[in-house]
Write a protein that binds this ligand. Structure first.
Ligand code: HEM
Ligand code: HEM
Length: 185
């Protein structure tokens, strides 16, 4: 909690709550993800991947550089137990996109070799720890940015390139649709 609230005290350290809030709800307006309740191992792994330069996101890269392994374990534990309400996205969901997204999320697009998202991310996208993060209730700006990042190799941390293949095979409209659907839950 200390790192989340005040940083680790070393020069240049920033408090996580400036973007993820102290309750881990994130900030939809800047696309900062909700991290409250993500699996502990997932949070820790993502911070290490950001440090290793495997994830796009200049903002986070600067912030986590001076976290020690101990700091990383501590914030991962803190945020995995944090609870936050879903914060409203910027603007209402588009019902047409939500419907298309729901179809892909629950049935997949087998003609394009895309399994239903819920097969890995769990019923309704609530996540399956330790490997699969929740994507339900995440802000749409962040979700869409991740799908673009996987598709165009800016995010290279996914095991066996699972997400890369899926994100690449989706069209731009389909990426928007699944982001719209999961953010509406
Ligand atoms: C992404 C943790 C500080 C902005 C993330 C993710 C984690 C995380 C785990 C990935 C989430 C996921 O994959 O679902 C932390 C921790 C921090 C911290 C522990 C403090 C030590 C900050 C600060 C900012 C920020 C201060 C803003 C100045 C962002 C943004 C993303 C992100 C914009 C999304 C990056 C992208 O699009 O790939 N953060 N964060 N974070 N964080 Fe932080
Ligand atoms: C991560 C979306 C299908 C496995 C993610 C993330 C998003 C996403 C947005 C990043 C979450 C975050 O940063 O917090 C989707 C959508 C899908 C889908 C929209 C359907 C079209 C699948 C399937 C699998 C899978 C079928 C398993 C075969 C994973 C894994 C991660 C992940 C392992 C974490 C990867 C990492 O560490 O970078 N997914 N997903 N996803 N997804 Fe999916």
């Amino acid at each position: 909690r200390h790192v989340a609230e005040a940083g680790n005290g070393r020069p240049g350290s920033t408090a996580c709550m400036e973007c993820h809030r102290l309750d881990g709800g994130g900030m939809p307006s800047i696309g900062a993800p909700r991290i409250a309740g993500q699996p502990e191992q997932y949070i820790a792994r993502e911070i290490r991947e950001v440090k290793a330069g495997k994830r796009y996101g200049p903002v986070m890269a600067g912030v986590v550089q001076n976290l020690s392994p101990r700091d990383i374990r501590a914030v991962a534990l803190y945020y995995s137990h944090a609870k936050s309400p879903k914060l409203p996205d910027v603007g209402p969901p588009d019902p047409v996109l939500v419907a298309e997204g729901e179809h892909i999320a629950t049935r997949g697009l087998w003609k394009k070799n895309i399994p239903a998202c819920v097969q890995c991310h769990g019923p309704n996208g609530y996540g399956v720890p330790p490997l699969f993060p929740f994507i339900a209730g995440q802000n749409r700006t962040y979700l869409l940015r991740q799908l673009m990042a996987y598709a165009f190799l800016k995010r290279q941390d996914d095991p066996q390139g699972l997400m890369r293949g899926i994100a690449r095979r989706l069209t731009m409209t389909q990426r928007k649709a699944v982001a719209e659907y999961f953010s509406s839950l």
